[in-house]
Design a protein around this ligand. Sequence first.
Ligand SMILES: [Zn+2]
Length: 343
Amino acid sequence: MRARRMLVSVCGAALVRTTLAAQAPISDIDMHIAAGKAAAGLEYRATFVNLCLAGANPALANPAAGRGAGQPAGRGPGAGRGAAPDRGTWYASPYKVFDNFYWLGTRQHSSWALRTSEGLIVIDTNFAWATQPEIIDGLTTLGLDPRQIKYVVISHAHGDHDQGAAELQKRFGAKVVMGTPDWESTLQRPATAAGGVPSRDVAVGPAGMKLTLGDTTIDIVSTPGHTPGTLSYVFPVKDQGRTLMVAYSGGTLTGAFGANAARWDEYIASQQRIARAAADAGATVLLSNHSEYDNAYTKARLIAAKREVGEDHPFVAGADSVQRYFTVMTECAMAAKLRAGAK
Ligand SMILES: [Zn+2]
């Protein structure tokens, strides 16, 4: 009898809890996460996981870890390039992606070359140890001349994207383009930093800029957030003669913004700015500087594969998909801002 009464009371308590839970409103955090998840679909799961799930973003746990976290630091002797990790863990062949656009990445990080009527624009570099095998040898393998590199556009000043800039500047006379605040942090590096320190050429302010070389113009959009000077881009490429517009997301992880609402708002506004520029241009290709986010390494290898009926070029995602990418970034940042207690 006594045992039976206890059971009733336990079940009663459970019933009350269930009822309360069912009536509790879904939190704003959950709503933003659900919106981010819906936008991510199956295409952008890594971006969703890294930005939306608490604890998945190393920069949130440890600010210093945001700089190519988990990647080899590239320190050590050897012409300032740092020691390359085991080639079997990173080397990837170069690929021609569009008529005038080339992928020069490692399996983890992407560099790109855009061929214009007046020379080459390299978009993002990589760790210093990858400059020769991936960018310089990659261009040569694809029949391009590294001496034709006129600009090196750096999305943000973290070592996994900018350590090749100084070498390309010094050897080929390329002009380096970077956001103004990221130039400031770059110029404070010691001369012994991996890859060396580029000298300041073109600094892009908050209004962004149009960079024209020959017949091609890159719309550089200032998207501060991942770093104070992060740049994103919209630019045209040719696919068998047809013009396609690319939206390039220059920085992904949110930093250790904590309760600093202004930093979160700046990041969110930046994603909305590049999303609008992408929509205005009709961008149907979404690129990043990490294969983790845009599957560049996999897609590059798929270019040579047979296309089934209805399948487009592997890098063409469609205008809706490009917008959904930036929705993932926006919604996840909104969730993270609330989770951080920033108001
Ligand atoms: Zn970074």
